[in-house]
Design a protein around this ligand. Structure first.
Ligand SMILES: NC(=O)c1ccc[n+]([C@@H]2O[C@H](COP(=O)([O-])OP(=O)(O)OC[C@H]3O[C@@H](n4cnc5c(N)ncnc54)[C@H](OP(=O)(O)O)[C@@H]3O)[C@@H](O)[C@H]2O)c1
Length: 236
């Protein structure tokens, strides 16, 4: 099994889940960019050495969890499928493609099929775990959601920036952001991703992914997504 993006926020969480659940991993390959090659990550009471994904032979594993951004996913997912891997992709690269199932296991796990499964944006996943049973019973027609999203949703560098900016702000300095558009310490932004018309990309993901996962093209969704100075755990 390989985890591409093993050094990131999602990749590290995935390693922890595999370990906690005792998932039967014969051999684990931790992949990232050349920047992280040679780093060591704890796994299963030992350590795995991170490899540069560019040099990896995907024919040596059966399952790839892709935990990198969509450009990186578009580069490596076809290569892994070509080599015979089943791929679970966390990025937005393939989510809306008609021949790729978009799956939240608790809702539509029966749609999983090789060679590629996408999983949704974090906010869509947690919102629908709560709403899908209600939808099945009463047929939801319209969803109006406000989300309060933690730094973790923007990746490992965003968590570090929030922590360091919080410390610096408490000491009286005004640190310059490099991940977020403004410092997130003691702040919030009603704006995640670029605007497309009057909604942001993050807000549109909740609309489009909800329709696909619930298989209901008519549901009306209006979302308002806010980034808040919380390390992890989103609220909806
Ligand atoms: N964070 C969340 O809550 C969340 C939720 C749902 C979905 N997602 C999606 O999951 C994906 C990963 O998010 P994240 O938050 O974990 O991001 P992240 O913390 O920034 O991690 C990105 C990972 O991708 C690797 N990477 C970057 N460029 C690469 C390259 N050229 N070749 C190989 N590996 C490369 C990085 O390795 P290096 O260490 O070498 O830079 C790192 O391991 C994104 O598509 C995101 O949209 C995230």
């Amino acid at each position: 099994m390989a985890v591409l993006g093993a050094t990131g926020a999602v990749g590290r969480e995935l390693l922890a889940v595999l370990e906690r659940r005792g998932f039967p991993v014969t051999e684990l390959f931790a992949l990232a960019s050349a920047r992280s090659a040679g780093k060591r990550l704890p796994f299963g009471g030992a350590e795995v050495v991170v490899q540069n994904a560019d040099d990896f032979d995907f024919g040596t594993c059966n399952i790839l969890f892709c935990c990198a951004d969509s450009d990186v996913a578009r580069r490596f997912v076809p290569r892994a499928i070509e080599a015979g891997c089943c791929v679970v992709d966390n990025s937005s690269a393939y989510r809306m493609e008609s021949d790729v199932p978009l799956v939240v296991p608790e809702i539509n796990g029966d749609e999983v099929r090789p060679p590629l499964v996408a999983n949704p944006n974090c906010t869509t996943a947690i919102t629908l775990v709560a709403l899908a049973p209600l939808h099945r019973r009463w047929r939801m027609q319209r969803l109006v959601a406000a989300t309060y999203q933690a730094a973790s949703g923007a990746g490992a560098a965003a968590i570090s920036e929030l922590l360091s900016h919080t410390n610096a702000t408490l000491k009286g300095s005004r640190p310059k952001p490099s991940v977020f558009p403004r410092s997130l310490a003691f702040n919030l932004f009603p704006h995640i991703g670029d605007f497309v018309g009057s909604y942001t990309k993050e807000e549109l993901k909740l609309e489009q992914e909800t329709r696909k996962i619930l298989n209901e093209a008519q549901i009306k969704v209006s979302a308002f997504c806010v980034r808040v100075p919380v390390v992890r755990a989103h609220s909806v």
